[in-house]
Design a protein around this ligand. Sequence first.
Ligand SMILES: [Fe+2]
Ligand SMILES: [Fe+2]
Length: 306
Amino acid sequence: MHDNGDVRTEPVEDTLLQDANEAILALETAEEEVNRGNYSNGSLVDIDATIDTTLEMQKFYVLAKRQAWKVEQLSWGQLPPVPEGKGSGEKRARRMAIWRSVVTQQLQADTLASLLSSQLLAAAPDLPGRLYYTTMVQDEGRHAEAWIKLTNLVGGMSEPDPYLDKLGNIVLNADTLEEKIWMFQVVFEGLVIDRFRQIAAGAPGTILAELCNRLTVDDGIHHGSGVVYEQRLLQRVSSRTKRGIWRMSQEMWPLFVDHLMWRPQERSWASRAMQPRDLETVKSYMAQERKLAIKVGLEIDTPPGF
Ligand SMILES: [Fe+2]
Ligand SMILES: [Fe+2]
């Protein structure tokens, strides 16, 4: 684990918690005033009075604020951006193309995450939820900024993964907040943590590894908060909303498999060789998705054909 320790088990500092409490209280008081004003002139503020997630979300708000870092803190100029590799020029160029593709995909993913987190901030129905999402919008913006910087250091973007964009667009255009949180925070951000660990292990002593270690912590918080928030939101939705989530999951799996199997043009030959390993990854992801579904109170089965 990253040297910040396991964020999920660390005790929350009292002073930070107090700060968060005060911030939430101040926001609530301000919002009550606004509500009163708006009701009196006939329009409504879109705050859902039936849900109060203060206890759950302020913990993640405090954690997120404490874990926040700056792009400048990475060892730019002191460490190589990605592994430099050994061997002939041609072999090194091939390795570099692979790392460039890894960086490109992560830039794609965090660009989508920036857009998605701002949607969640706008759609969260309660104040503690909204307050928490302000930290996530900042995190994802910072991630995208770091990936842009790294992308420039490795020679610019390479071929983007078309399936990642398709997946992102489905979530961006999903009908409900519950669908978005399920797919983005609960599933994708949950599954990506292992991927960050793998990349970091394969690129020791590089900016890439440093960044992935930080993202493991950040996305641990994003995922954890998403699980808890989704649990609370699902307690108050109709079975129609839950069916919508099920439909979306079924629709996304084939695309997700395509995304996992995808390789850039110059490495498409590797896809056949990697197929058994890719299929194992798909199976393990599906098993993890089923477990996550139970955790948040959903029934998601494996789509036919898998
Ligand atoms: Fe991110
Ligand atoms: Fe994230």
